[in-house]
Design a binder for this molecule. Structure first.
Ligand SMILES: [Zn+2]
Ligand SMILES: [Zn+2]
Ligand SMILES: [Zn+2]
Length: 261
């Protein structure tokens, strides 16, 4: 039996966001709301459990905009600033002294503990603070009825976890937000996924992110139901960018919801 699951894009922008500060280019000055991209993150809701993948610098604003009232766990891809700096705004989800499970690779968890030592380093908890309950990821794990499989990706010299969300009989979505390479084993694991959400930073090549052409090559191998580009910079305008893409390939935008029923 499949469970309903909804993915909300909290942010779809690259590390500086779009518009970029002090840029007057046509995308940064666009009136299309889909060209306003906060830092990349998703919220995933199922009947039994809701979680976020990453907490970027605009996490608080994103939660207010999307009326997020439930976060039962946090899962991190990696510790770059654009993915972790909203950590302290998890405080509302630790109301009444509730511990919040935090899932990360050992190297990402080391960084979280160092950066947010005021939360991880406490032996007694202060009311109103984030109360993290660390879980080191060493393989697939379940949140409610959804299985999350970590997908190791190369993002320059940084190792990132993408994630596959599955139920017993469906590969619902794969989230590959920051990567330059997708190993063959990952492509095999996610082949035929209903929704592939993948890094497509810009048209020209970049040392640590996939370009549009590179992301299309990966998508052709994965053969998903639909492909959604994310982690996008100001080189790509939504309307013109999407019009030039192949069928079933779209550009995600802040606030977009993907519903799996
Ligand atoms: Zn990033
Ligand atoms: Zn610009
Ligand atoms: Zn990164």
């Amino acid at each position: 039996m499949s469970l309903p699951l909804t993915i909300t894009f909290l942010g779809t922008g690259t590390s500086q966001g779009v518009p970029m500060v002090a840029c007057g280019c046509s995308v940064c000055t666009s009136q299309d709301p889909r060209d306003k991209r906060t830092r990349s993150s998703i919220h995933v809701a199922t009947p039994e459990c809701a979680w976020v993948i990453d907490t970027g610098p605009e996490f608080r604003v994103q939660c207010l905009r999307e009326r997020i009232d439930r976060v039962d766990a946090v899962v991190y891809t990696h510790s770059h600033t654009d993915h972790v700096m909203g950590f302290d705004d998890l405080r509302p989800f630790c109301a009444s002294g509730r511990e919040l499970p935090v899932y990360a690779s050992p190297e990402t968890m080391d960084d979280l503990i160092r950066i947010f030592n005021f939360a991880f380093g406490r032996t007694t908890h202060v009311p109103g603070y984030v109360i993290p309950q660390p879980h080191l990821i060493d393989g697939p794990f379940s949140l409610g009825g959804t299985l999350l499989t970590p997908l190791p990706l190369k993002h320059g010299r940084t190792r990132v976890n993408g994630y596959l969300f599955e139920t017993a009989d469906r590969k619902l979505a794969a989230y590959l937000s920051d990567c330059k390479e997708v190993p063959a084993a990952v492509i095999e694991r996610i082949r035929g996924v209903e929704a592939l959400i993948i890094d497509a930073l810009r048209y020209t090549e970049h040392p640590t992110h996939l370009s549009v052409a590179e992301a299309l090559e990966i998508a052709a191998l994965v053969e998903p139901g639909n492909t959604w580009f994310t982690h996008i910079c100001h080189d790509i305008g939504h309307a013109a960018g999407e019009a030039a893409l192949p069928p079933a390939t779209r550009i995600a935008y802040d606030g977009l919801k993907l519903e799996f029923s």
